[in-house]
Design a binder for this molecule. Structure first.
Ligand SMILES: [Zn+2]
Ligand SMILES: [Zn+2]
Length: 420
């Protein structure tokens, strides 16, 4: 027996249908804001991720990287933004469209320690918005995520926002932060002591108690924002308030990716334990230029589908199975199966869910099975019916029976409607 590799999961029905439903609902909702779907490659050149996500970040270190048979270093995408940005530059979209808005729903891959809501292959629904710097773009994107999650009846969601400034003002902040952290370096956990050198901003979101205590007195980035970053952030906060989107400013909020600038945000669910972030994103105004495109402001977010579903399932949501009219075609004997299959085709062309019996079971056993499987009608195809070209249609609920001529099968929907 060969089992699935550690950290990946089969998504069996009906759960898989819930995934598709949410993805469809997301796409429909985002399209109201002018987003179009994009499909990006599952793997890219490793270099793309190292230059965007960052080599020293957790995500950068968790990549599935391999050499293909031509000796090229490739990586499975650990997130969606880098691939979308590469596509934007490669296809010179900037020369054709001033503003470009896309959404995707794709699996991502990270070599993590598997736990509830965190797998090595996981699904994200994401959006990316290119071409506008206006803080109202930030407001609209956060609003869209908020309203989408509200539409799914997710309650108990907290929106946290922060601004990590632009390259210039962030550098000043990091300098001060490092001075402060250096004085307290011995009190920090091992991870943070390493991060102090590789990525000091990440120390801010450490969950360790003693680190948290140290961070209470750490300088706050809000005090270091340059005037245009401050103005941008003020307008975002003002806009969210005006649109009545509840949020808190968390000055310790940072994201585990190198490319963010200015506004970043996370949606946290109280239904989840430590894996509490269901949606996260932010601005990345420098990334397109850093990857070789023209300077273009941009912003996006991604929703983790596993965590979203965990929350929805904890809230009791089940996939809504579309209720098609359904007919079980009873076939009595080998010679009747072919006719049963032909009839089934005509029934399905009327959008009716049909199951044909291929077993040697007798009439009563088949009726019992049809009832157990929840079929509302059975259509009986036996030797006599074949001869007379007339079939018994039985309503399993009421017990009503009627004969249906071969010709009437083409319009059986009308008959079924009168028999529910
Ligand atoms: Zn700035
Ligand atoms: Zn720490």
């Amino acid at each position: 027996m060969i089992y699935a590799p550690k950290g990946v999961e089969d998504i069996l029905p009906p759960r898989a249908e819930l995934y598709s439903q949410i993805e469809r609902e997301a796409g429909n909702f985002f399209s109201l804001y002018g987003y179009h779907q994009i499909r990006i490659p599952t793997f890219e050149k490793t270099e793309l991720f190292l230059r965007s996500v960052g080599e020293e970040t957790d995500v950068g270190k968790q990549m599935y990287t391999f050499k293909d048979k031509g000796g090229r270093s490739l990586s499975l995408r650990p997130e969606g933004t880098a691939g979308v940005v590469r596509a934007y530059i490669e296809h010179k979209i900037y020369g054709k469209e001033k503003v470009w808005k896309v959404w995707y729903a794709e699996p991502m891959f990270r070599y993590e320690r598997p736990q509830a809501g965190r797998l090595r292959e996981f699904y994200q629904i994401g959006v990316e918005y290119f071409g506008e710097e206006n803080p109202w773009v930030d407001v609209e994107i956060i609003e869209m995520a908020y309203l989408f999650l509200s539409k799914l009846e997710m309650d108990n969601i907290e929106v946290q926002i922060n601004s990590i400034g632009c390259k210039q003002c962030r550098a000043g902040y990091i300098r001060q932060l490092k001075i402060y952290l250096k004085e307290n370096l011995s009190s920090l956990c091992g991870t943070c002591q390493r991060r102090f050198y590789s990525n000091p901003l990440r120390v801010l979101d450490c969950k360790n108690k003693t680190c948290r205590a140290v961070l209470q007195k750490a300088p706050s980035i809000e005090d270091f924002l340059c005037s245009s970053c401050k103005q941008h952030f003020d307008t975002v906060k003002e806009g969210l308030s005006r649109l009545k989107i509840p949020f808190t400013v968390n000055s310790h909020l940072v994201r585990g990716l190198d490319y963010y600038t200015r506004t970043i945000f996370e949606f946290k669910s109280f239904y989840l334990g430590s894996q509490d972030t269901v949606c996260a994103g932010g601005r990345y105004d420098d990334l397109i230029e850093e990857l070789g495109g023209p300077s273009t402001p941009a912003m996006g977010f991604a929703i983790g589908l596993e965590r979203l579903l965990l929350t929805l399932e904890k809230m009791g949501r089940k996939p809504s199975v579309p209720s098609l009219p359904c007919i079980f075609v009873v076939t009595l004997g080998k010679s009747c199966i072919e006719k049963g299959v032909q009839i089934a085709r005509i029934l399905r062309s009327q959008s009716i869910l049909v199951k044909v019996n291929f077993t040697e079971k007798g009439l009563s056993a088949q009726l019992k099975q049809a009832g157990k499987e929840g079929f509302l009608w059975v259509l009986i195809v036996g030797e006599n019916e074949l001869k007379n070209k007339s079939y018994v249609l039985k309503n399993m609920k009421s017990g009503n029976q009627q004969y249906i001529n071969e010709k009437d099968i083409e319009n059986i929907s009308d008959i079924l409607r009168g028999d529910t």
